[in-house]
Ligand binder design. Sequence first.
Ligand code: HGY
Ligand code: MN
Ligand code: MN
Length: 426
Amino acid sequence: MTDTDAAFEPVAARIESDLTELSGIRAPDHPGWTREVFSEPYRDARDWVAARMRSVGLEVRRDGAGNVVGVLPGRSPAAPALVTGSHTDTVNGGGRFDGTVGVLGALEVVRLLRESGTQLTRDLVVVDFLGEESNDWGLSCLGSRAVAGELRAEDLDRRDGAGQRLGDRYAGFGLDPAAVLAERWLTRRPLHGYLELHIEQGPLLEQRGAAIGVVTAIAGIERLLASFEGRPDHAGTRPMHDRRDAMVAAAHAVLAVHREGCGAPPPGVATATQVVNDRHAPNVVPASVRLRAEMRGIDAGWLAATKQRLAQDILTQAQALGVDVTFDWTSDNKIVPSARSIQDAVARAAARAGLAWEAVPSGATHDAAHLAPWCPMGMIFVPSRAGRSHCPEEWTDITDIAAGVRALADTLRALDAQEDLVADSR
Ligand code: HGY
Ligand code: MN
Ligand code: MN
């Protein structure tokens, strides 16, 4: 290991201390770690992140879309900037590492740069993006979507299961909805590249004994809200042959979604995640039932075909039961390939550090998917124990996280020195 390399050996204890402190900020009455977007624990967590960003020497601002943005000025501020970061919101009952590893890992990179007296050519922009997790409004990655100019005025009128309007939740969190829509800074300044460190959230790296994942692509996500309308009847007196049971039609749909996922080309998956009986009386044949499902994959042909097959299959079954069904499809994000130039840079950095690496797709979506249209994008994965995530059991060893931070630091330094990434980005 050269002197320079030694200067960039992450301090695992510092990362672990940050993770422990941030993990202490969560909703007390929920299982696991819960910091849902617009919640009070989430507000507290962002205050903590902003303070920690300042403490490592970043110039910090909250942009109009609710992102916490820290800048480490480079020698040439006019040069296209490097961006890194991730998110600190969680799913309900989630874990400690999803997203936080990328934000806190970036803070450790900043400490290493400053301690070694290394000033990059380019500004290094570190972002804790608002609301990355999928939500009831059907739009994940709220913060990166907004600054990429993808959030539309009509999106603010979306309502969640409790009827809450997205625009009102922004306002309740202290954000002006008009400013959210106007805050499109990704589209306004030249960017050199985006690199995000994240846990794999799947089993591949652990199975293959690799410390580093070089992400090849981020899966596209198609989301379905199917609404089944049958007929309410007395559950105790209505003969079985003469019912229009919306719950039975939804149950067929759940199994149809599962069959599609089981038949998908890897890493394709399909999951029915919610069935709600709008009139949940215990003695009434269900008349109005809503089903939420999502399909993910990196094969555009399969994603398109599965939507068609499912719609036909679900409709046929519903009609046979005398139940009407309507479909509301949302593309949460398209399939996004990582930049070849950044994949290669990550692989070189891992090899230099003596870290075994594997090229892997990402079944999870990330803010990186929304940065990709504006600059070459790449991601670094670190292993998830037993491939578990979005649950309290989510775990990544601190030594694996430190290895990921080492790869992040070395890759960012290499990208900083490279001229025109854009030329060879795909
Ligand atoms: O849903 C996802 O893929 C990510 O964890 N938000
Ligand atoms: Mn995540
Ligand atoms: Mn997640």
